[in-house]
Write a protein that binds this ligand. Structure first.
Ligand code: ADP
Ligand code: MG
Length: 476
């Protein structure tokens, strides 16, 4: 008996430590998810997850509603599993169930916070952004103007300054990372500066949908409608998100119309022109383009260089006593990272941080090595097909065998190598990679990546093989 008890205690304490480890690991995963997706997605979706327990290799989660579960599963689950697996290799799968009691709880908390925001909403000028404060760094005076964005910039300013709406709505579109959100925030700041009593709503289309659905769930669509229709200014970011979401679109259309009818300013951004918003209804498209439509084009080199110089001097202002970056490095960055300004800024931050970690000035060679991955993806997109081709070639096997279900070593190892390289050299997600390898599960891909990493570490010949194949793939 005594022995049994002892064992039981040991087991219990083991269970306790492992569950506290699990909490820590989940905490780290949450941090990564937050930086991967940003606050907005994090607060809207990921924060709803409660972890329960680990059952062999399955981690059990609960969320308040089916909708949240489906949304998380289809949008963020890959990354969640991937990060979890990095922290705890035992975790291979995740099971999400619905816990209705959470939902009741959440409604309560929501109600309270709604009440709080409602109370503050119209009185307190700093609470005007509907729980989403505008970013201090995104103001007009921090926006660098060049030929590719001057029309959008001038229109945005004009839109703020005109008493009577010469045009309404203002629709700004362009590719990722070209400054749309920056301009939208700038408009918000400016309008607030002009008239502090105006109620200005800024939110992304994703957030709009989230709140709309929440109001349906709470059977409180009246206050939702009321809130949006009583705004003086509505700024909606990334409207393309509503493509295919019929009821959200419909609701937005009504909100939008009633604001325009009252001559309230509406500003919208999208990644494409209104006409190209595939599944949007014709009346919606025409209403969206009924004011002024302007685009932002990718920045040309001179503009990229001025932007990066500006961002660099901001960085230096915020962090004193740090190492300087040469103009040559800045110009190298502006030349090589040409796809979008966000990546350019990311590259600058990375180089800057490294220079401080290393405690020395950074030259171009070092810059190149710090930014290896980024430069690679800016140079050329590598496809999974190419990788499969090269790997099959290297190991002298047929592509059919590489993606077949045959498990003999001669095929299985090259297959794992090809999966590993697909993960390393492309931006494809795990399920996408799995599908390209004869419809395999994403956990098989995770397993392959880990296996190859292990082998590389323990076997220098194998490591060389991998490097060689990588070179063959990347040096074309
Ligand atoms: P988008 O919304 O179009 O995807 P963002 O507005 O988020 O892009 O811009 C990404 C980053 O690039 C932000 O940090 C923004 O400040 C910066 N940026 C983009 N264009 C400019 C510009 N013309 N001047 C200064 N910063 C810019
Ligand atoms: Mg944006």
């Amino acid at each position: 008996m005594g022995v049994d008890n002892n064992e039981m205690y040991q087991d219990l304490s083991k269970a306790e430590t492992s569950s506290s480890n699990l909490k820590d690991q989940w905490g780290l995963v949450l941090k990564k998810l937050n930086s991967e997706y940003g606050n907005e997605v994090f607060n809207s979706w990921i924060k709803n997850i409660t972890i329960r327990n680990l059952d062999e290799d399955v981690l059990n989660f609960t969320v308040p509603t089916r909708f949240i579960r489906d949304w998380i599963t289809s949008h963020y689950l890959d990354k969640i599993i991937y990060f979890l697996n990095q922290e705890n290799s035992q975790i291979k799968r995740v099971k999400i169930s619905i816990d209705n009691s959470l939902s009741a709880n959440m409604l309560n908390i929501d109600k309270q916070s709604n009440q709080l925001t409602k109370n503050n909403f119209y009185k307190n000028s700093s609470a005007y952004t509907d729980e989403w404060p505008l970013d201090e760094r995104f103001k007009f005076d921090k926006f660098v103007v060049g030929p590719s964005n001057e029309l959008a910039f001038a229109s945005a300013k004009r839109f703020c300054l005109s008493e009577v709406n010469e045009f309404n709505p203002l629709y700004i579109y362009g590719g990722v990372g070209l400054g749309k959100t920056h301009l939208l925030h700038s408009i918000g700041w400016k309008l607030k500066e002009i008239d502090g009593n105006k109620s200005i709503l800024y939110l992304s289309a994703e957030r709009f949908m989230f709140q709309f659905i929440k109001s349906l769930r709470q059977k409180d669509t009246m206050s939702f409608k009321q809130k949006f229709r009583s705004a003086d200014v509505l700024i909606l970011d990334d409207v393309q998100f509503m493509m295919g979401k019929v009821s959200t679109q419909e609701e937005f259309f009504h909100t939008f119309n009633s604001l325009l009818d009252m001559n309230k300013k509406v500003i919208i951004s999208g990644d494409r022109s209104p006409n190209d918003l595939g599944s949007f209804s014709e009346r919606m498209k025409s209403r969206l383009s009924g004011g002024l439509v302007v685009d932002i084009m990718p920045a040309e080199y001179e503009l990229r260089f001025s932007i990066i110089k500006n961002k660099y001097s901001d960085l230096r202002e915020r962090n004193r006593n740090t190492y300087e970056l040469d103009n040559a490095v800045l110009s190298f960055l502006a030349k090589t990272v040409s796809s979008n300004v966000r990546e350019l800024e990311g590259a600058l931050n990375k180089v800057y941080t490294f220079s401080n970690i290393l405690g020395k000035k950074i030259d171009i060679e070092l810059t190149k090595s710090v930014l290896k991955d980024l430069l690679k993806s800016n140079n050329r997109r590598i496809t999974i097909d190419e990788i499969q081709n090269k790997v099959a070639n290297y190991y002298n096997i047929k592509i059919e065998d590489l993606i077949s279900s045959r498990r003999i070593r001669t095929f299985a190892r090259p297959r794992q190598v090809a999966m590993y390289l697909s993960k390393k050299l492309t931006t494809r997600s795990l399920p996408e990679i799995g599908r390209k390898f004869g419809g395999r599960d994403h956990t098989t891909v995770i397993h392959a990546v880990k296996k190859i990493e292990e082998l590389k570490n323990g076997n220098s010949k194998f490591d060389e093989d991998i490097n060689l194949i990588t070179q063959m793939i990347t040096s074309v």
